[in-house]
Design a binder for this molecule. Sequence first.
Ligand code: ADP
Ligand code: MG
Length: 232
Amino acid sequence: TEELLLQSEKLSSVGKIAAGIAHEIRNPLTSIKGFLQLIADNPTINKEYLSILDSEFDRIESIIKDLLVFSKPQQEQYLHCNIVELIEQVVFLMQPQATLNNVEMITQFEEENILFYCIPHQIKQVIINLLKNGTEAIENGGHILIKISKRNNFLNLIIQDSGKGMTEEELKKLGTPFHSTKQTGTGLGIMMTENIIKNNHKGFISVESVVNQGTTFTIQLPLSLEHNEEYN
Ligand code: ADP
Ligand code: MG
């Protein structure tokens, strides 16, 4: 069950994404408007209405937060950074959520120092997205393995979780904007991840998944793009 991501039909046009965003934001807005009307008609405090309003605002907030990552790239710079250190920072950042979900994160670095030419903020976002998905896929405790190695001029990054995995059907939909199997999911994480890896760093990403066993994301990135004029 291997599915190569980044198939051209999945790379949505700006128009398709914009339509999706409009739709995703309009739903909670419609609901907020409706409940505000109910409150206006009967202004006694109704805790249930307030909690619905609160969660609808949260929904809009998470969509906007995910989209901001997407709209930033142009302002950001390519830098030489130690990818090992960068990943250690992200693992540290994700530790509380992992602990809360009884997830052990295991890192395996081939070397202490691997210099990588990248937009650090975006690579961080990719690792956060994948670790977050891994953690969310693990229901009763488990582990996520994070492996970094260097082959020729490529960085190999493997993120493997012992979570619930994906069916063939789910694998096909992976990376489609707003496709999510989660209550509070946005279905934007994998799309952003693909965009950052493929378009901004000229890398490759693939995924293998087995239901009830887990999921493995394999990412390959050229260590240095700096000799290519396009990226200077
Ligand atoms: P979100 O996390 O907001 O749902 P993503 O784009 O990050 O959006 O992921 C889309 C969907 O892909 C998820 O809802 C989930 O069904 C599936 N998915 C992604 N990563 C994993 C994983 N590691 N294990 C199982 N399912 C996953
Ligand atoms: Mg996600």
